[in-house]
Design a protein around this ligand. Structure first.
Ligand code: C2E
Ligand code: MG
Ligand code: MG
Length: 516
C-alpha cells in the first residue's frame, strides 16, 4: 500500500513541474501576455481581465496546493507503514492468547540461533485432559482455559524466555541460557507444578496437567527440526503416563522411527492377511477334557518374524485399526470353526475402545451368521479397563450380545482396580483369574489365599472360572484341589494355528461340550 502511494505520487509531481515549465516556455514563445492583453482590450465587454486575475490567483496557489497534497501523501504513507508493521506483528501472534504463534516462534528461534553464542533449549507442552473440557463445557470454556494456561505459563518462565502457542493445546517455551545445561529440566518442573494447580473461573473449575518434551538446539537444526525433537520427547512423556517430562535423545529418535516403521508394516499386514487367529485350548481341570479355545491374534511379519500381541494390539488401538483387526481375526476364526469336527466354543478378546462402539454387536453377529455359528458358541472376553470408559454404552453393547446367546467373561481378573464393581454392573458369566496369581500359587501363600478367595467369590455369585497361565503340574494340582473348573496354560496347550487344532480335537475322544 505504502509503495503504491509512493509510486502514484511521483508521476503527478513530475507531470505538474514539466507541464508548468512547458506552459511557461510556450507563453514566452508566443508572447502570451501581450496576446491576452490585446485580446481583452478588444473584447472589453467580456471582462476577461477578471477571469485572467482569477487564473493568476489560482496559479499562484498551485505551490501551496502541491505542498498540501504532498503532506497528505506523506501522512498516508506513514499510516500505511504503521498498518503494515501492525499486520506483520499480528501475523506472528496467536489471537487467542496474544502469545507468539508458530511463525513468531520460528522467527525468534532464528534470531537467537543466528547470534554469536547461541544456546537454546526448547520445551514443548501438551495439555493433558484439555479435550474433555472443550467437549463437555464448549469452546468458550476451552478458550478461557487456554488463555489462563498462557498467563500461568508466562508467569512460570523467566522474563527472557520465548513463550509461544503452537495451536490447539500445544505451547512451547524456548530458553536461551548459554552455559546452563539443566535449565530446561528445572523450568519444566516449575511448569508442571504450576499446571497441576486447579484453574478456577467464576462458576467452574478445571484440573489439568501437561506433558513436556525437552530438546536442545544443535548447529544445523532449524526451528521445525527442534520442535520435531521436542515433540518426540513429549510423546514419550505422554506414553510414560502424562504429567511428566522427557528429554530427546538419539535413541528416542531411533525408537520413534522404528515405531513409525511398525505402524506402516501393521497397516500392510492387515491388507496382506498376515494377521491370523491362533487357538489356545482350554481344559476341564479335573478330567483334562477339552472344553473351548481362546482366540489369540498372531502376526508373523516377513522381515520381523513374530510380533507379540502386546506390541501390535496397543498400536492397532492407537491407530484406530483395532476394529478392523478384530473383525479379520474373528472372521478367520469362524471360518476355521466351520471345518472342525466339533461344536466347542471359542472365546474372543475385545479391546477397551471397542466397547464404546454401539455398532459392535451387529458386526460380531453378522460375522457369526455368515459362518452359520450360533451366538452360544462365542464367549467375549472383556477387561475392566475396557468397560470403565463408558459404562452405559458398554452395558448396551453387552446386552445386545447376551440377547444373541453370547457369553461374557471378565479377563485378567484381579489386575485392575474395580473388578468387583464390574461384576455387579454387567451380566458376567465367567471370571478368568490372571496368570500373575496362578504362577507359583502352590508355593506362595499370599497368592494361594487370593486364588481361593476368588474361587469362593465366583462360587457364591454362581460364576464360572478359568485359571490362566498354568505352567506347572503343582499349579494344576492346586487348582484341581480347590475345584477350579477350567484352565489354560502352556502346561496344557500352547496357542496353535487352525490347521493343528483339528488334530488336537480328534486326539481328545471326549465328545464336545459347551463351556461352563
Ligand atoms: P489374554 O487375553 O490374557 O491372553 C492370554 C495370554 O497369555 C496370551 O498371550 C497367551 O499366549 C498367554 N499365555 C497363555 N498361557 C500361558 C502360560 O502358561 N504362560 C504364559 N507366560 N503365558 C501364557 P498373547 O497371545 O501374547 O496375548 C496377550 C494379550 O494380547 C492377550 O491377553 C489379550 O489381551 C491380547 N490379545 C491377543 N489377541 C487379541 C485379539 O485378537 N484382540 C484383542 N483385542 N486382544 C488380543
Ligand atoms: Mg483373553
Ligand atoms: Mg487374560
Amino acid at each position: 500500500m505504502k509503495s503504491l502511494l509512493r509510486i502514484a505520487s511521483w508521476p503527478v509531481e513530475i507531470g505538474v513541474i514539466a507541464g508548468t515549465l512547458l506552459a511557461f516556455r510556450l507563453a514566452v514563445h508566443f508572447e502570451m501576455l501581450e496576446q491576452i492583453y490585446a485580446f481583452s482590450r478588444a473584447h472589453e465587454e467580456w471582462e476577461l481581465d477578471e477571469y485572467f486575475t482569477l487564473l493568476l490567483a489560482l496559479s499562484m496557489s498551485l505551490p501551496l496546493l502541491l505542498w498540501w497534497w504532498n503532506r497528505q501523501l506523506s501522512r498516508a504513507n506513514r499510516l500505511a507503514s504503521a498498518a503494515e508493521a501492525e499486520a506483520r506483528r499480528l501475523s506472528l501472534l496467536d489471537p487467542l492468547t496474544r502469545l507468539p504463534n508458530r511463525r513468531g516462534f520460528y522467527r525468534a528461534v532464528e534470531e537467537v540461533t543466528s547470534g554469536s553464542n547461541p544456546a537454546l533449549t526448547v520445551l514443548l507442552l501438551d495439555l493433558d485432559r484439555f479435550k474433555p473440557v472443550n467437549d463437555l463445557r464448549g469452546h468458550e470454556a476451552g478458550d478461557q482455559l487456554l488463555r489462563a494456561v498462557a498467563r500461568r505459563l508466562r508467569r512460570s518462565c523467566p522474563e527472557d524466555a520465548i513463550v509461544a502457542r503452537l495451536g490447539g493445546d500445544e505451547f512451547v517455551v524456548a530458553l536461551s541460557r548459554p552455559g546452563l545445561d539443566d535449565c530446561g529440566d528445572a523450568i519444566g518442573r516449575t511448569i508442571l507444578r504450576a499446571m497441576q494447580e486447579p484453574f478456577v473461573f467464576d462458576d467452574w473449575q478445571a484440573s489439568i496437567s501437561c506433558s513436556i518434551g525437552i530438546a536442545d538446539w544443535q548447529r544445523g537444526l532449524s526451528g521445525s527440526d527442534l520442535l520435531r525433537r521436542a515433540d518426540q520427547a513429549m510423546y514419550r512423556a505422554k506414553q510414560a503416563g502424562r504429567d511428566g517430562l522427557a528429554h530427546f535423545d538419539p535413541p528416542l529418535g531411533e525408537a520413534l522411527r522404528e515405531q513409525a516403521a511398525l505402524e506402516h508394516d501393521l497397516r500392510r499386514a492387515l491388507t496382506a492377511g498376515e494377521i491370523l487367529p491362533y487357538f489356545q485350548p482350554i481344559f476341564d481341570i479335573t478330567g483334562r477334557q477339552l472344553r473351548a479355545f481362546e482366540v489369540l491374534a498372531r502376526w508373523c511379519d516377513p522381515q520381523r518374524g513374530f510380533v507379540p500381541p502386546d506390541r501390535f494390539i496397543p498400536l492397532a488401538e492407537e491407530l484406530g485399526l483395532i476394529e478392523r483387526l478384530s473383525e479379520i481375526v474373528l472372521e478367520k476364526a469362524c471360518a476355521a470353526l466351520e471345518g472342525w469336527p466339533t461344536d466347542l466354543p471359542i472365546s474372543f478378546n475385545l479391546s477397551p475402545r471397542q466397547l464404546g462402539d454401539p455398532m459392535l454387536p451387529y458386526r460380531i453377529l453378522a460375522i457369526l451368521e455368515r459362518h452359520g455359528i450360533p451366538g452360544s458358541r462365542l464367549e467375549i472376553e472383556i477387561t475392566e479397563r475396557a468397560v470403565l470408559a463408558d459404562m452405559e454404552v458398554a452395558r448396551r453393547i453387552v446386552a445386545e450380545l447376551v440377547k444373541a446367546g453370547v457369553r461374557i467373561s471378565l479377563d485378567d481378573f484381579g489386575t485392575g482396580t474395580s473388578s468387583l464393581a464390574i461384576l455387579t454392573q454387567l451380566p458376567i458369566d465367567r471370571i478368568k483369574i490372571d496368570r500373575s496369581f496362578i504362577a507359583e500359587v502352590d508355593r506362595l501363600p499370599e497368592r494361594a489365599k487370593i486364588v481361593a478367595g476368588v474361587l469362593a467369590l465366583a462360587s457364591s455369585l454362581g460364576l464360572d472360572v478359568t485359571a490362566e497361565g498354568i505352567e506347572r503340574d503343582e499349579e494344576l494340582a492346586f487348582l484341581r484341589e480347590r475345584r477350579c473348573a477350567l484352565g489354560q496354560g502352556f502346561l496344557l496347550g500352547r496357542p496353535q494355528p487352525a490347521e493343528d487344532v483339528a488334530r488336537l480335537i480328534s486326539d481328545h475322544e471326549e465328545p464336545a461340550r459347551a463351556v461352563g
